[in-house]
Design a protein around this ligand. Structure first.
Ligand code: PMP
Ligand code: GLU
Length: 396
């Protein structure tokens, strides 16, 4: 049967595809080192696991829940946001969904009419563009300044603004660069959005994964006007090691939230009940594990960044948050005799058994993304194998 034009145009997620390719090779018996997925390697903390088990055993997890999430979880999201960032939302300004990914999907379906534009800074997380296209919107890419962590300025945004601009996606700390916008940069961007009535989609999912004394400022904390112009996206996947549970949430304008909830009512009914009870414990229980995991990521970053920076032809600034490195390898490509980064990535996997993600998935043609959400031994072995691969190619 012929499939729809919509799905024919759709690209599969580059991160998930790279991870699947590495896994398939592993299953054939190849010893692959995978630095593909942005997924903590830790097990979900014990208190969270136990809360989930209890909800199964006492029967709470057996049933449908309200579409936007169980009231106790919504309350815990409101409280956590107040404690962590000092901003207050009402319960009808919150929606829980099947991962931040589905929350974003519901948002674009809610706000976009055909041809409406969404400004997306390059490099961008692989699903933003695809989801905007699925909603028949138009992605307008703005390349930030590589010498300033690829961050975009109000001047860049002004140039990209038209009367069709509906939203701007802000991802700080950023996947893939790890860059964080300063409060000053954010205030200017926030005021630009208020001036043009453009919705700021603030993907704050890496907000707790910030290292070496850097500070994350949520844009919604900067003024009441900016808060009202912002739809915050967050979730438990990254900071609580809960990727498999699929719980994300949105905070913002109650009209948008109620329309996103209507989409979920027709698409998913509700986020999985057991996962909601787990997320409730994550957000309202002891937070010590979050800090412990953050410290481990920080140690990995400091070690891995140094080793990757030492590779010939690799250039990068030190990331401030998230768990990725995004080196510019253009010089290495030339030294190795490649004119295409994806071919280099494919050969690295085939010949050196190290899996990384091509920058092409994130909108640039000279970078690779390496996730350091894995143990130090794997990171070290990967660097050794990448170094050998480069040396072999450069000799040819
Ligand atoms: N936003 C960004 C920037 C991400 O990297 C991810 C990772 N998958 C998500 C949103 C979605 O997270 P999840 O669906 O696991 O909540
Ligand atoms: N966000 C993670 C990543 O970028 C998980 C995979 C995905 O959802 O794209 O690798």
């Amino acid at each position: 049967m012929e499939v729809s034009n919509r799905v024919s145009r759709l690209k599969p997620s580059a991160t998930l595809a790279a991870a699947a390719k590495a896994k398939a090779l592993k299953e054939q018996g190849v010893d692959v080192l995978s630095l593909t997925l942005g997924e903590p390697d830790f097990a979900t903390p014990k208190n969270i696991q136990q809360a989930a088990i209890a909800s199964i055993e006492d029967g709470r997890a057996s049933y449908y829940t309200p579409v936007a999430g169980i009231p106790a979880l919504i309350d815990s999201i409101v409280k956590r946001t107040e404690i962590d960032y000092g901003i207050t939302y009402k319960s009808n300004e919150v929606m829980v969904g099947t991962g931040a990914k589905f929350i974003l999907y519901a948002l674009f379906q809610t706000i976009l009419n055909p041809g409406d534009e969404v400004i997306i800074p390059i490099p961008y997380w692989v699903s933003y563009d695809a989801q905007v296209e699925l909603a028949e919107g138009k992605s307008v890419f703005v390349e930030g300044h590589q010498d300033n962590g690829f961050k975009v300025t109000v001047e860049d945004l002004e140039k990209a603004t038209t009367d069709k601009t509906k939203a701007f996606i802000l991802n700080s700390p950023c996947n893939p660069t790890g860059a964080i916008y300063t409060a000053d940069e954010l205030e200017k961007i926030g005021n630009w959005a208020v001036k043009h009535n453009i919705l700021i989609v603030a993907d704050d999912i890496y907000g707790k994964l910030v290292y070496n004394g850097n500070v994350f400022t949520p844009i919604a904390t900067l003024s009441e006007e900016i808060k009202n112009q912002t739809l915050v996206i967050n979730g438990v996947s990254k900071s609580y090691a809960m990727t498999g549970w699929r719980i994300g949430y949105a905070l913002g304008d109650k009209q948008i939230i109620s329309q996103m909830t209507k989409i979920a009512s027709q698409a998913t009914s509700n986020p999985t009940a057991v996962s909601q009870y787990a997320a409730l414990e994550a957000l309202s229980g002891d937070q010590a594990e979050v800090e412990k995991m953050r410290q481990v990521f920080e140690e990995r970053l400091n070690h891995f960044y140094q080793r990757i920076s030492d590779l010939p032809g690799f250039k990068l600034d030190k990331p401030q948050g998230a768990f990725y490195l995004y080196p510019d390898i253009s010089e290495c490509l030339v030294n190795c005799g490649y004119d295409n980064v994806t071919n280099w990535v494919n050969d690295l996997l085939e010949e050196a058994h190290v899996a990384v993600v091509t920058g092409e998935g994130f909108g640039t043609d000279r970078h690779i993304r390496l996730s350091y959400a894995t143990d130090l031994e794997t990171l070290d072995k990967s660097v050794d194998q990448i170094a050998m691969f480069i040396e072999k190619k450069a000799k040819k």
